[in-house]
Write a protein that binds this ligand. Structure first.
Ligand code: NAP
Ligand code: GLV
Length: 309
């Protein structure tokens, strides 16, 4: 039996190498190399075409390339017998925390403006914000959001988090459920979205939510593009309620060339790079799930298809 890697348009050499390094005895195939689909036991996938997995009759599990599984959960053709798993990796959380801090400081020290001024040979100064005076709210305090919240807290920010359920106690202020969302939003000078994309979170960052943030709040989306209603965000920035935004994820990706986000003076765009999965760091957990499947044991890092994450 073997592992299949599927990610249309992506160079998969580093993934094949990392899996072979993790266990040289397990054959690893790309789609064009599969001779007998019945030989595939486990797959590693990112943005596969819908229905792609229909004819792999012995497939027992599919791992996302990353933390998010929205691209897998949305495919109703993946048979129920197939367990969906995801990546949980300290590097993924650590990289995200560093990116979040970089973006927060860029906003506080007005760095986007100074880049623009340099391009225009302009010598102009602005006031700036200090860490101890800034309150950051994290939507989604799961594996990544919880780490980001603690990292920002340890840097000296006031931090709170919002999640679906109460969960474990934390060193930062915790809010949960729809009932506590407004109270959470009231206290956020900077809002960071690290939610998974599910039916319940699709379009959650809309004008109703944005208007509940304090005047002048800054919005950072590191979750998925479809969390944000693009037109609502632009409207709230243009009306002045939201000061600015940094967006790393979009719907669709790549962000279309004629999308208004590209040119908006108060929106910064990065191409889904906040935290990239390192194949060598995660090959072990993918291989472990392959061996667990072979041994009939329960898989690790599973997700609930009903919950969507
Ligand atoms: P996770 O461990 O599954 O955590 C998800 C968090 O979101 C949990 O705290 C969960 O609440 C909360 N949540 C889910 N549905 C909710 C709802 N309806 N209302 C309120 N809270 C809700 O996920 P993760 O590993 O931290 O990853 C989060 C997301 O980050 C991924 O799904 C992916 O979209 C994104 N991501 C982006 C990048 C990038 O480069 N931009 C990289 C990696 C990941 P409970 O704690 O109550 O379950
Ligand atoms: C990246 O977006 C991930 O979900 O890991």
């Amino acid at each position: 039996m073997s592992i299949l890697i599927v990610s249309p348009g992506k160079n998969l050499d580093r993934w094949v190498e990392a899996l072979k390094e993790a266990d040289p005895s397990v054959p690893v195939y790309l789609p064009e190399q599969v001779k007998d689909p019945a030989d595939i036991k486990f797959a590693l996938a990112w943005n596969h075409p819908s229905g792609f997995f229909n004819h792999f009759k012995n497939l027992g599990g599919i791992s996302s390339f990353g933390a998010g599984v929205d691209h897998l959960v949305k495919d109703p053709q993946i048979p129920d017998r197939v367990t969906i798993t995801r990546i949980i990796d300290p590097l993924l959380s650590g990289d995200m925390a560093e990116f979040a801090l970089a973006v927060v400081l860029k906003h506080m020290r007005r760095l986007t403006r100074y880049c623009r001024y340099q391009a225009e040979n302009q010598w102009k100064k602005h006031s700036y914000l200090r860490v101890k005076n800034v309150s950051i709210g994290i939507m989604g305090t799961g594996m990544i959001g919880h780490h980001v919240a603690n990292y920002l807290l340890n840097t000296g920010f006031r931090v709170s988090g919002w999640s679906r359920t109460q969960g474990k106690e934390a060193a930062y202020g915790k809010y949960y459920g729809k009932e506590q969302l407004n109270d959470f939003l009231k206290g956020c000078n900077i809002l960071i979205c690290l939610l998974p994309l599910t039916n319940a979170t699709h379009g959650i960052i809309n004008k109703h939510l944005l208007r509940k943030l304090p005047l002048g709040a800054h919005v950072i989306n590191l979750g998925r593009g479809a969390h944000v209603l693009d037109g609502d965000l632009i409207q709230c920035i243009d009306e002045g309620h939201i000061s600015s935004a940094h967006l790393d994820v979009f719907d669709p990706e790549p962000l279309p060339e004629d999308h208004p986000f590209w040119e908006h003076p108060k929106i910064d765009v990065t191409p889904h790079v906040a935290s990239l999965t390192d194949p060598r760091s995660v090959a072990g957990q993918v291989m472990e799930n392959y061996h667990r499947l072979q041994a009939g044991e329960p898989l690790i890092n599973t997700v609930s298809r009903d919950r969507g994450y």
